[in-house]
Design a protein around this ligand. Structure first.
Ligand SMILES: Nc1ncnc2c1ncn2[C@@H]1O[C@H](COP(=O)(O)OP(=O)(O)OP(=O)(O)O)[C@@H](O)[C@H]1O
Length: 286
């Protein structure tokens, strides 16, 4: 669906994206994560031709986006901080932005507006809307043309709980129907709920690919006992790998193996001061 090759984007001497190859498939939802300034928004802007000064190639549905701008009619985009004409009504903005992409189904707009609880305010000027209402309007505009690819940069920030619930369910339904979703979020629960796979962006490069289907459930244990030195000996005797983390022992083992270790600790009168479980995913994404 999206093919990226040798993508290099710089601001002056600052290299902000350097992606050798990235291939995103139809009907898959991808989380794009990384620290502030990692390059996520820049990547989204390159994919959608907002930035065209990069080197390398980006293809959508087999077409080079720089050469075939019209392929972007298949892409819905919501960037954090995007704005609309605030001195105009909601309806004006819908007609203006949706009209730029050709014909649209007014019945669908009414349904989306009702789902988003916006219908009653579409005749009002957008400057009278709250932040969340403005964001909903931008979402609505991105969804009007039933995009094949939807790119969402921190989409849930500023939305109330009911809208987030509705929106997540709606996205799940769309991905079931074949939508390719790219979503950037710093909220692990959102990624776990919505994404099949995650790409971690680190200083402009893809540093990790995580398949959430296998990684979601993985947890490790952080343990502190009354005799950590002996626990380490027990682990070494049983050839169980471990690491030290914040003066506690970090173990990535299954319950059966932990049962054996725990039994031995009990036999030797060693007590557990503290044991917590941390999602492997959480560590990878922080
Ligand atoms: N217009 C610009 N001019 C110069 N540098 C820029 C510009 N826009 C972004 N950058 C730089 O590009 C890098 C990547 O920024 P980008 O906005 O893509 O990061 P991000 O991963 O989306 O961050 P965040 O999580 O904070 O939204 C940063 O170092 C940023 O300072």
């Amino acid at each position: 669906m999206i093919e990226i090759n040798e993508l290099l984007m710089t601001y002056g001497t600052n290299e902000v994206l350097n992606i050798r190859s990235l291939s995103l498939d139809e009907g898959v939802s991808y989380g794009i994560v990384g620290h502030n300034g990692a390059g996520k928004t820049t990547l989204f802007k390159c994919i959608t031709n907002i930035i065209m000064t990069y080197r390398g190639s980006i293809k959508i549905m087999g077409e080079n986006v720089k050469e075939r701008n019209e392929i972007l009619t298949n892409v819905g985009l919501v960037l954090d901080g995007m704005s609309v004409y605030t001195n105009q009504t909601g309806w004006f903005n819908i007609q203006y932005f949706a009209g730029l992409r050709g014909d649209y189904n007014e019945e669908r707009v009414r349904q989306l507006a009702a789902d988003l609880d916006l219908y009653g305010v579409l005749d009002q000027k957008v400057k009278t809307y709250s932040y969340g209402m403005q964001k909903k309007l931008i979402l609505l505009i991105a969804l009007i043309h039933t995009p094949k690819i939807l790119i969402l940069d921190e989409p849930f920030r500023g939305l109330d709980i009911d809208t987030v619930r509705w929106f997540k369910d709606y996205l799940k339904q769309l991905t079931k129907e074949g939508l390719t979703l790219l979503i950037s979020s710093h909220v692990i629960n959102d990624l776990e709920e919505l994404c099949d796979e995650v790409y971690v962006v680190d200083r402009g490069r893809i540093s990790e690919h995580i398949d959430l289907k296998t990684e979601k459930a993985r947890q490790y244990r952080l343990i502190d006992t009354t005799n950590n030195t002996r626990l380490i000996e027990i682990l070494e005797e049983n050839i169980i790998p471990f690491e030290m983390k914040d003066e506690r022992i970090k173990l990535d083992i299954d319950s059966a193996k932990w049962g054996t270790v725990y039994q031995q600790l009990q036999n030797e009168g060693i007590e557990i001061n503290e044991m917590s479980r941390v999602k492997v995913l959480e560590e990878k994404l922080n």
